[in-house]
Design a protein around this ligand. Structure first.
Ligand code: OOG
Ligand code: MG
Length: 264
C-alpha cells in the first residue's frame, strides 16, 4: 500500500502523538488534517515513534494485534485489524494499582497473550506455525488509551497512535498451548465485583493464534519479523471497558486463572 505522507509530515505527526501520550492530552484524529493518509502512513508514524523510544533506551518486548474480534470492531466502528508495539516499561504488576492521571481515557480488555520460542516470519504465516513457535500462553489485561478525543478514530489514525497501546498486565497461570483448546476458552470480566462482559476466545478471529499469524503477516509487510522470545497480545476478546480511579477489574479465564488490577 502506498505512502502519501512526506518524511517531514511523518515526523510532525509523530511529534503530535508523542506529545499527546506524554501529556495525557487528547488530540484530534490525524486524518482530520491529513485526509488522504493511508494505513501504511499510519505505520510509518508508528515505526518512527518506536525508533525514537528505542533510541531513548526503552526496550521492546513484543507486539499486539488489535481490532481482531467483532466485539471490538463494532465498539470502535473500525472493521480491519492493526498491530502495535509493546515496550517493557508499559507492563504493570498483577494486582497492582495503576495510575490513571497519566492516561486520557483508559479502557480495559481481556486477551490471550503468547510468548514465542522460535522466530516467526513471512506473508503466509499460519495458525499451525504460530502454535509450533509458541512457548506458552498467559492471560492478560490490556489497558488501552486512545490519544484521540472521544476515543474516536479511523484505521490510519489509530495505527499511528500505536493502536492505542498504553499498559498491559499478565497474571493467572501460564500454560502450554497444546494442553488447551484455545478457541473455546471462556472469559468473564468483572468491574467492581459485577460481571460486565463475557465471551469465548474464539471471538478473536476464530482462534487467537490466527491473530498472531495476522500480526506476523503485517510485520512482513513492514519488513519486520517476530523474534523468538516475543510477547504477543492477540486482541480483546470482548469489548473494552472504561475505567477511572477507584475501579477494580478482575478477569477470570477458563483454564488460565485470573488477572486483576485496580486504578488510582
Ligand atoms: C484500538 C486497539 C484495539 C484490541 O485488542 O482490539 C486493541 C482501540 O480499540 O483503541 O487493542
Ligand atoms: Mg488490545
Amino acid at each position: 500500500m502506498n505512502l502519501t505522507l512526506s518524511k517531514f509530515d511523518v515526523r510532525h505527526l509523530t511529534d503530535r502523538i508523542e506529545a499527546a501520550q506524554l501529556n495525557a492530552k487528547a488530540i484530534t484524529k490525524l486524518t482530520d488534517d491529513f485526509p488522504s493518509m493511508t494505513v501504511m502512513d499510519g505505520y510509518a508514524v508508528q515505526l518512527e515513534l518506536r525508533r525514537r523510544w528505542l533510541a531513548q533506551g526503552r526496550r521492546q518486548v513484543g507486539w499486539k494485534a488489535g481490532l481482531t474480534s467483532k466485539a471490538k470492531m463494532l465498539q470502535m466502528g473500525v472493521f480491519l485489524p492493526g498491530i502495535g508495539f509493546l515496550m517493557a516499561d508499559m507492563a504493570r504488576p498483577e494486582s497492582s494499582a495503576v495510575r490513571t492521571d497519566d492516561m486520557v481515557h483508559p479502557r480495559v480488555e481481556c486477551e490471550v497473550a503468547f510468548v514465542t520460542k522460535t522466530r516467526l516470519a513471512g506473508a503466509n504465516c499460519s495458525r499451525e506455525e504460530v502454535l509450533a513457535a509458541t512457548d506458552f500462553v498467559v492471560p492478560a489485561l490490556e489497558i488501552i488509551d486512545s490519544r484521540f478525543a472521544g476515543f474516536k478514530f479511523d484505521l490510519p489514525s489509530v495505527i499511528a497512535d500505536n493502536s492505542s497501546s498504553a499498559r498491559y498486565v499478565t497474571g493467572g497461570r501460564a500454560r502450554y498451548a497444546q494442553d488447551l483448546d484455545l478457541s473455546t476458552l471462556g472469559v468473564v470480566m468483572e468491574k467492581n465485583g459485577e460481571a460486565t462482559t463475557l465471551a469465548a476466545s474464539s471471538a478473536v478471529m476464530g482462534h487467537p493464534a490466527d491473530a498472531v499469524a495476522l500480526l506476523v503477516k503485517v510485520l512482513d509487510e513492514l519488513g519486520e519479523d517476530l523474534p523468538a522470545g516475543s510477547f504477543v497480545m492477540s486482541g480483546g476478546i470482548t469489548e473494552a471497558v472504561p475505567v477511572k480511579a477507584g475501579d477494580h477489574i478482575l478477569a477470570r479465564y477458563q483454564e488460565l486463572g485470573s488477572v486483576s488490577i485496580r486504578f488510582i
